[in-house]
Design a protein around this ligand. Sequence first.
Ligand code: UDP
Length: 487
Amino acid sequence: MLITKPHAALLASPGMGHLIPIVELGKRLLTHHGFDVTIFVVTTDSFTTRSQILQQTSNVSSLNVVILPPVDVSGKLGPNPTLDVRILLTMAESLPLLRSAILSLKVVPTVLIIDLFGIFALHMARDLGMLSYVFITSNAWFTATTIYAPVIDKEMEDRHVNDHEPLFIPGCKPVQYEDTLEPFVLRGQPMYEGFISAGKDIISADGILMNTWHDLEPTTTKALRDTELLGWISKGPVYAVGPLVRTVTPRSGTEHGHRLKVEDVLRWLDEQPTESVIYVSFGSGGTLSAEQMTELAWALELSQQRFIWVVRPPNEGAEGTFFEVANGGDETPDYLPEEFLTRTHEVGLVVPMWAPQAEILAHPSTGGFITHCGWNSTLESISNGVPMIAWPLYAEQNMNAALLAEELGVAVRANGREGVMGREQILKLVRRIMGEKDGKAMREKVKELKRSAVKALSKVGSSYNSLCQVTKDLEIHLQEKSGGATL
Ligand code: UDP
């Protein structure tokens, strides 16, 4: 059979932070570049994932979504497994299911696009005669660090790890030790080995896509393509295709499955003055310690600033609700300072567990964001022109915070890693981004970036063109496969 258009199979690993950008990439390939698209979703809980996907894809009926049956890895995990280990094991155990699901399609897709946690599936894609692409759901600087890690000069790595000198990556902003990725801190441990091995797999892929755009990180995206800098490392080309973020249709009115409906939150925002509300959220799984939550609560109250705060039960681990977040939300939070809800009810809205973030950030009343700097949250904030307080918790979030504050000038940095941040310190940061002096400058810069994001995705933009190039690459592959027949 002569296949005339590319069919992309995308693999999403567990967690909303992975699912959201994969679905957005799928939508874009389908609606703007004429692909057939099938999204395979690995989940730990198919019921909530299903409802969240339905919500996210409701406006694209021809998107084929296959939710793989959940696998139970609990018996195979050692004591206190890290989040990465749990996700990677779940992905590995789901591979046979993915293979049968792909083989049950009428025709094997042209390409398998995976995120970082789906790295084991690269080999399977090749076995099945598919091209393999990696979609890094983060920025170019993180991509550069990850693909450079396997080829790093050992002496330089020693200086970074042992003497805490910056890590120099050709053509990129150096990574300060305080911002470095966890695997470097844990050199010699399984996380480091896994990171290096993932780096090697990524560079063997037929292409790498990143959720960023050229004008946001011009030097780094250029370095990744320049053969004298980093371009020699990866087998396939590296494309910046973002920002791929969930866009909101005004007043879509969907329920998000918890106590407060989207409509309730938006109605509350409607009643607030323009850019007066600070939104506080630590991503899909981020949690704070009890002491830190108390300090944050007091800071919000003392600031007298209007706020929306997504609260989760306190947890000593920074990613305490990564798998569970979608399941909670109906309870009244009893872990906030006594009478906090009563004292702040006129200026604040507390949302347990999960809020309609894309809608909140897109609302004109939102004027600031306290964020853990997950890359999706970061892109959503920039795409809506909202300045940030960068409060990183885990993964590559320290690097993201450095990029936002030092390079782009659209955030002020909190130093949440150094123990508990006091209320006075948080209060100062809130005043800085919501106030006139620093706030105004950051607001202008972030709005400039917002315009540049819109341009990148437009038909004359760099990210649109990158995906056109990917389409061409795949069409050439199809042509070669069909023995050179004209498509
Ligand atoms: N999110 C949301 N409501 C919440 C918390 C998170 O809609 O209450 C979404 C958020 O909009 C983003 C994603 O979940 O798209 C979180 O991804 P991110 O990369 O920011 O962080 P992660 O959760 O992966 O650490």
